[in-house]
Design a protein around this ligand. Structure first.
Ligand SMILES: Cc1cc2nc3c(=O)[nH]c(=O)nc-3n(C[C@H](O)[C@H](O)[C@H](O)COP(=O)(O)OP(=O)(O)OC[C@H]3O[C@@H](n4cnc5c(N)ncnc54)[C@H](O)[C@@H]3O)c2cc1C
Length: 273
């Protein structure tokens, strides 16, 4: 119990020294993260007459993409438009959206368990319940030039952005055997698909099937993503050869933004996808 007191005291007085230093807000529910998930939770809770605050650091995973697709009623909107509209909907029912980051979280046990969240501007939110909707970040393959094109013409999801590159020259960069699955999906959208297989071990029969379906397989690794006039124009292979492309598909490693969860004592477990 003493330890708990020390930890919560640290939350209440931690963070930057400014006028918010001692401001404590009490709510039924605090939602950590204001992307699609957190704002949806905030909307439902506000409409259920809970006092709710959504705290969002504004780093939605899809921000690098120009437009959002397959999101019924918001087809083709920018990620920013969806966030702005979602925030307004939460606020229209009395929910509050705070633009800021939760930097410290403490669970308080006892007869009435609750949570204290410390924000980066020094204020604190005291909540009876917490929803963690902090999303994930994408760890990308380490190829020079690749990260700069992420969400534009370096893609991962055939449903999000496949239509935009239909019929074009698409490379799939293998970082695991799952690349075969991505090749199969993108092959439905274009006849010009090349698997840059590198030294990833791939099932022999699956590779034969791809070749039968007209997929080129290159047994080399990518050295550099090439850009011409602000468009991806190809990939330079380790051997020096240039593969001309319009889009490159990768499979990022999804890393949960788990800081708040781990501070509350939750363990992070790796899942194979
Ligand atoms: C490039 C790209 C394009 C995509 N395009 C599409 C598409 O066209 N259609 C589609 O359906 N899906 C698309 N997706 C998937 C979509 O982006 C995700 O499914 C969606 O963003 C998940 O929403 P979320 O609320 O879980 O997480 P996010 O949108 O990532 O939101 C999480 C929020 O939590 C905040 N946060 C994290 N930690 C804290 C903290 N400690 N304190 C405060 N805030 C915090 C983050 O800053 C972020 O704003 C795309 C994904 C990527 C990477």
């Amino acid at each position: 119990m003493a330890n708990m007191f020390v930890r919560s005291a640290r939350v209440l007085h931690g963070g930057a020294m400014n006028e918010n230093q001692h401001r404590v807000q009490h709510v039924d529910v605090a939602v950590v993260g204001g992307g699609a998930a957190g704002l949806s939770a905030g909307l439902v809770l506000a409409r259920s007459l809970r006092s709710v605050v959504v705290i969002d650091a504004g780093e939605q995973r899809n921000l690098p993409a120009g437009h959002v697709h397959n999101f019924l009623t918001s087809e083709g909107w920018t990620p920013g438009e969806i966030v702005a509209t979602g925030r307004a909907e939460v606020e229209s029912y009395g929910g509050e959206v705070i633009v800021g980051r939760v930097v410290e979280a403490v669970a308080q046990e006892g007869d009435h368990p609750s949570f204290v969240l410390g924000l980066d501007d020094g204020r604190s939110v005291h909540a009876r319940r917490v929803v963690i909707a902090a999303g994930a970040t994408d760890r990308l393959p380490d190829v020079p030039g690749l990260a700069e094109r992420w969400g534009r013409d370096v893609l991962h999801c055939p449903y999000c952005h496949g239509w935009e590159v239909r019929g074009r020259r698409i490379g799939v960069l293998a970082t695991s055997p799952n690349a075969l699955h991505q090749v199969g999906l993108f092959r439905q959208l274009s006849e010009h698909v090349t698997l840059v297989a590198g030294d990833v071990e791939l099932d022999h029969h699956a590779l034969m099937n791809l070749r039968v379906r007209g997929v080129d397989v290159v047994r080399e690794t990518a050295a550099e993503v090439l850009v011409t006039d602000d468009r991806l124009s190809g990939v330079r292979l380790r051997g020096g050869e240039v593969l001309e492309l319009d889009a490159l598909v990768v499979a990022p490693f999804f890393e949960a933004r788990a800081d708040v969860a781990t501070q509350l004592g939750l363990a992070v477990k790796e899942l194979e996808m």
